[in-house]
Design a protein around this ligand. Structure first.
Ligand code: PEP
Length: 249
């Protein structure tokens, strides 16, 4: 059966000292749900976070990686480099990477392949813009994002894929998809997977919702049958808020 997961995306927040402070606060919280918990600090703090959280119930993930193994890619980090500091899960395709760093479906397909080739788990993000939803094109956009970056994979690869539906209009805006909008889209995503890979694969993949999830709305969103957790931005920077969301399951 698929897992419930709550992952905190710290984005470009927290230097080393702030990372240590937040991790100490996170370790002081109690997990009272069955959700798997992860945090994704910036690259410079991965090693410190990994060591500080080793042996705890909180995993450390990366926010991005390059598809190449090594070479002349100034400023980039590879899957092997992440693994060398203990990281085995990577977020790929976040809408900020797509919008500000020109990450296309084609680039993301290569990144997914590179991560899976190193036995990493991928949290693959996608989601429509406000204009897509207003023009009732959101399912087509999301379906294409999934197909273009993932549908070259074989069914077995999906044991290392987590999907994160993040409508761009809800990220960092305080605007959340309603629980019904989230459920409708998650059901569509699962059907898209089922049509290609069969119901068994579709039912085994965790689909997270991301977009202004907060302690006061998490429970309702997570109560939906096809919502298997959340990718949390702003609220992940506060240990109590983050754990209120984790414990909303
Ligand atoms: C995100 O960046 O993945 C996100 C969902 O951010 P926020 O929770 O702040 O909307």
């Amino acid at each position: 059966m698929r897992k419930n997961i709550v992952a905190g995306n710290w984005k470009m927040n927290n230097d080393l000292a702030q990372t240590e402070t937040l991790i100490t606060a996170l370790k002081g919280q109690t997990i009272s749900s069955d959700a798997e918990v992860m945090v994704a600090p910036p690259f410079t703090n991965l090693w410190a976070a990994y060591n500080a959280l080793k042996g705890s119930d909180i995993e450390v993930a990366a926010q991005n990686m390059h598809f190449a193994e090594n070479g002349a890619y100034t400023g980039e980090v590879s899957a092997s480099m992440l693994k060398s500091v203990g990281i085995t899960t990577v977020i790929l395709g976040h809408s900020e990477r797509r919008a500000y760093f020109n990450e296309t479906d084609e680039i993301l397909a290569k990144k997914v392949d590179a991560a899976l080739a190193k036995d990493m788990r991928v949290i693959f993000c996608f989601g429509e813009e406000l204009a897509d939803r207003k023009s009732d094109n959101h399912e087509t956009v999301v379906g294409d994002q999934i197909k273009n970056a993932l549908f070259h994979l074989d069914a077995a690869a999906f044991k290392n894929i987590v999907l994160a539906y993040e409508p761009v209009w809800a990220i960092g805006t305080g605007e959340t998809a309603s629980p019904e909008q989230a459920q409708d889209m998650h059901a569509f995503i699962r059907k898209t997977l089922a049509d290609k890979y069969g119901a068994e694969v579709a039912d085994s993949v965790s689909i997270l919702y991301g977009g202004s999830v907060k302690p006061n709305n998490a429970k309702e969103i997570f109560s939906k049958p096809d919502v298997d957790g959340g990718l949390i931005g702003g609220a992940a920077l506060n240990a109590e808020d983050f754990f209120a969301i984790v414990n909303a399951f």
